[in-house]
Design a binder for this molecule. Structure first.
Ligand code: DAK
Length: 259
C-alpha cells in the first residue's frame, strides 16, 4: 500500500516503519507525503491507540532528510518540503494516540526531529542522535530548533545544533532526549510493553492529558492550568471516569473503553 512505509497493526498498536533502508531511511518528499497520509488515516481510528514509529533495517531510525533530493532543491521546493514535514510532525504531536519512537540506530537531522515529534523516545544502545544541519549550510528545519530546546533546554540544544556533535543513547538519556535505553534486540518488545501499560489505562483520558501537555507547553502557566481544568471537567463526562472510580471502590479491575 505504501512505497516508503511499512505498517503493521496488532492489539491496538500500529507499528509504522520508515522503509528506505538503502539510504538509511532518509526522508524524501514522497516518504513525508506517505507519512502524513498514513498518520491522517491512523488518527481517526478508534481501534489504534498507540503508534510506534521506527526505521526499517539494522542501522538507522532515520538518517535525516534526503540530502540527494535537497542538494538541487530551490527555495520554493525547500519551503514545500518544510510545510509537508511540519504537517506530518505536528500531526504526530497532536494526534489522540500515544506515539512512541523506537530509535533503533541513527536519528540524525530530520530523524532526530521525527523522534522528537513523538510523545516518548525509547533508544536502542546503538542509537545515535544529532542535528548535523549546520555542517550542511542549513539549520534544523523540521522543528529541531524548537523541540530540542523544549526537551533538553536552550543551552544543550544550542550546543548540539552549533557543534553538530553526535551523541549516543546514554548521553541522550542523560540529557532527557531519550526516555529509556534498552538492548537493541529488546527495543520493540520494550516499546510494546510500554504500549501495553498505556493501553490498560483510559485512552480518552490519556488523549486529554496529551492535549493538555502539548497546548499547555505553548502557553503561560495560568492558561495551561485553565486548559487542564477544562479537560479535567470533560473527563468527568465519560463512562471511563464512572467505571474507573466505581471499580476502585468495588476492588475490581476497571474496564476502561472510551476513546
Ligand atoms: N540523505 C540521503 N542519503 C543518505 C543519507 C541522507 N540523509 N544518509 C545516508 N544516506 C545514504 C548514503 O549516501 C549511502 O548511500 P550509497 O552511497 O550506499 O548510495 C547510504 O545511505 C549508506 O550511508 P553511508 O555509506 O554513509 O553509511 P555509514 O554507515 O558510513 O554512515 C551516517 C552512516 C548516518 C553517519 C552517514 O550516512 C551520514 O552522515 N549521513 C548523513 C546524515 C546527515 O547529515 N543527516 C542530516 C541531513 S540534514 C528542510 C528541513 C529540514 C531538513 C531539510 C530540509 N526544509 C525546511 C526544506 C533536514 C535536514 C537534514 O536532516
Amino acid at each position: 500500500m505504501y512505497e516508503h512505509l511499512l505498517l503493521q497493526e496488532e492489539g491496538g498498536i500500529a507499528l509504522l516503519s520508515i522503509n528506505n533502508p538503502k539510504s538509511l531511511n532518509a526522508l524524501n518528499s514522497a516518504t513525508l507525503q506517505e507519512l502524513n497520509d498514513c498518520l491522517k488515516s491512523l488518527q481517526v481510528r478508534k481501534d489504534i491507540r498507540v503508534v510506534i514509529v521506527t526505521g526499517a533495517g539494522p542501522k538507522a531510525f532515520v538518517a535525516g532528510a534526503d540530502i540527494s533530493e535537497m542538494v538541487n532543491a530551490t527555495p520554493a521546493e525547500g519551503r514545500a518540503m518544510a510545510l509537508l514535514a511540519d504537517e506530518a510532525f505536528s500531526r504526530l504531536e497532536k494526534m489522540p494516540q500515544v506515539t512512541i519512537a523506537a530509535v533503533n540506530g541513527y536519528a540524525l537531522g530530520g530523524g532526530c526531529e521525527l523522534a522528537m515529534a513523538c510523545d516518548i523516545r525509547i533508544a536502542a544502545e546503538s542509537a545515535v542522535f544529532g542535528q548535523p544541519e549546520c555542517g550542511l549550510g542549513i539549520l534544523p528545519g523540521f522543528g529541531g530548533t524548537q523541540r530540542l530546546a523544549r526537551l533538553v533546554g536552550k543551552g544543550r540544544a544550542k550546543e548540539l545544533i552549533f557543534t553538530c556533535d553526535r551523541i549516543d543513547a546514554q548521553e541522550a538519556y542523560r540529557i532527557g532526549l531519550a526516555n529509556k535505553v534498552v538492548a537493541k534486540d529488546a527495543l520493540l518488545d520494550e516499546c510494546r510493553a510500554m504500549a501495553g501499560r498505556i493501553l490498560s489505562k483510559g485512552s480518552y483520558a490519556i488523549s486529554l492529558a496529551k492535549a493538555s501537555i502539548e497546548s499547555g507547553m505553548d502557553t503561560d502557566l495560568a492558561s495551561g492550568l485553565g486548559l487542564e481544568a477544562t479537560n479535567f471537567g470533560l473527563s468527568f463526562a465519560t463512562h471511563d471516569k464512572k467505571e474507573g472510580m466505581t471499580a476502585f471502590l468495588e476492588k475490581r479491575p476497571a474496564d476502561l473503553t472510551d476513546f
